[in-house]
Ligand binder design. Structure first.
Ligand SMILES: O=C(O)CCC(=O)C(=O)O
Ligand SMILES: [Fe+2]
Length: 494
């Protein structure tokens, strides 16, 4: 089997040491402590766990090649590299699926809440917050889902009664706002996705896996089918273009010290230390993670974030590149390499990496947006605007892209469109400083222009918009408003 990503040598070159060192006992113990604490705090109450009947299911496996998982890489592969397992026949009956959809629709009464996924949002809810669905889901866990996981991954799930749900959601994808999940790893050990309705009821959809095929592939399923997989495989819920798509996602862990994921724990502890300002401890933990799982791309990302926070831009650049070499399909590392080149003042290389990021993940709104920024510095207004438009197409809530698109209209004298863009940016982010300042200026000039054209009411309206929500009590605007108002009153009196 050809090895698509020959990372070992690169990693060795970067690290200058041998791969896969074991962890110090003390750190292992701390990881296990954290793991057991997480289980105690986050899992027990809401969902079924315990002994379940065993079942045998047939699945179709999808081969993820040599993609390296953060933990249990060897145990997951005890039967080969087909780590994504989709049931060959529906695991849920039609009635079970319809029942859950009906209960959820009854619960929301047409007014669905939204759950965030990275930069995006999707209609849906945590299952624990929909009591009727939770009940059905618990039955499924006991009768079908936990037994399947134990059957498919016996070297990871040694005892089915150790399985715990960390969290579970129900999504209803709708086409209107282009809902999709951001590319991500699930933050559990095992995951499953259930499709609840017929694929004829929507266009698009499916789950895109970065590690499949040559450039990633979308896996689709039939109604009632389930996809079981290690949670560490990066993936994305694809947008639909019509209809609706109902899915359940479940995130599962193993509640024993054997289920402790050391790489993940090191990264989580390090990220927490970083957030608490304990940068050198964070750095030590990330360093350990690099030694423990040297082929896992995210460890280099975390280490790089740390270096960047220390102000070591060149070091961070090198680490982001290492992350990218460990997983050349990861758009996020490509994006960060671009950001570092940008911060080092090298726009041309930054541009190359932002472009790569959008090739790898067309939904990376920030990578489109930053290409716009580079074009703007080069004075290439059309290209600039095209990039902001792309950012908005894939990420309609990208406030900065709306704001900068507005600027580019303004520079051409198209105040109408300019203002529309700022208003949209402010709808999304009411405190966006750039949007506030730009909107203030644009409305001010519009107020002055309308005054000069003799449209006093229009002029007042423009100034009024500034005073109501954009820059209340701004003295110059207040003065302009009062002057126009006085003129209007005098006119009306005469
Ligand atoms: O919508 C999908 O197919 C995948 C959603 C997802 O990210 C998950 O189930 O973990
Ligand atoms: Fe996911």
């Amino acid at each position: 089997r050809p090895r698509p990503w020959g990372t070992t040598q690169i990693i060795k070159d970067i690290r200058g040491g041998s791969a896969f060192q074991d962890l110090p006992e003390s750190e292992k113990l701390l990881n296990i402590q954290e793991h057991l604490k997480e289980i105690e705090l986050n899992t027990e109450q809401d969902y079924f766990h315990g002994n379940c009947p065993t079942i045998e299911i047939e699945t179709q496996g999808y081969n993820v090649g040599s993609f390296v998982l953060p933990d249990f890489n060897k145990e997951f592969r005890s039967k080969g590299d087909a780590l994504i397992q989709v049931t060959s026949s529906p695991l849920l009956t039609n009635e079970e699926c319809d029942n859950i959809i009906n209960l959820a629709e009854e619960h929301f009464q047409g007014d669905w809440s939204k759950l965030p996924s990275g930069r995006f949002e999707i209609c849906g809810s945590w299952i624990k917050d929909i009591p009727s669905v939770k009940e059905s889901f618990n039955t499924l866990l006991r009768e079908k889902l936990f037994p399947s996981l134990a059957h498919l991954f016996p070297d990871v799930v040694k005892d089915v009664s150790d399985l715990r749900i960390q969290s579970a959601y129900l999504f209803k994808y709708t086409p209107e706002s282009g809902e999709k999940t951001d590319m991500h790893m699930d933050s559990s050990l095992l995951s499953f996705t259930i499709l609840l309705n017929d694929p004829d009821e929507f266009e698009g959809g499916g789950t895109f896996y970065e590690s499949l095929g040559e450039h990633g592939e979308t896996v689709t399923m039939g109604k009632g089918h389930v996809c079981f997989r290690p949670a560490g495989l990066r993936h994305r819920g694809q947008p639909i273009t019509s209809g609706q798509r109902y899915v359940i996602g479940g995130f599962v862990t193993v509640a024993s010290k054997d289920g402790c994921e050391h790489t993940r724990q090191l990264l989580t502890r390090g990220t927490k230390a970083l957030a608490d300002g304990d940068t050198s401890h964070a750095r030590d933990l990330f360093e350990l993670a690099k030694q423990y799982c040297p082929e896992f791309s995210e460890t280099y990302m975390s280490y790089a974030h740390c270096q960047r926070k220390f102000g070591d831009l060149t070091g961070a650049l090198k680490s982001y590149k290492a992350a990218h070499e460990a997983n050349p399909r990861n758009a996020d590392s490509a994006f960060m390499v671009g950001v570092m080149y940008g911060e080092l003042g090298n726009d041309d290389d930054a541009m190359k990496w932002y472009k790569l990021a959008t090739e790898l993940n067309e939904y990376d709104g920030d990578a489109w947006y930053r290409q716009g920024l580079v074009y703007s510095r080069k004075g290439m207004t059309n290209a600039e605007r095209e990039m902001y438009q792309q950012a908005i197409d894939v990420q309609p809530n990208h406030a900065d892209a709306h704001c900068n698109l507005g600027c580019s209209f303004g520079e051409e004298g198209d105040v109408e469109n300019e203002i529309k863009c700022y208003e949209r940016a402010l709808e999304i982010e009411p405190t966006n400083d750039d949007a506030l300042n730009n909107a203030k200026a644009a409305y001010y000039y519009r107020g002055v222009d309308l005054y000069r054209a003799g449209d006093l009411d229009g002029s007042l309206k423009a100034f009024d918009r500034i005073l109501n929500g954009i820059a209340p009590n701004e003295p110059s605007v207040l003065a302009a408003y009062n002057a126009v108002l006085k003129e209007k009153q005098e006119k009306e009196a005469s």
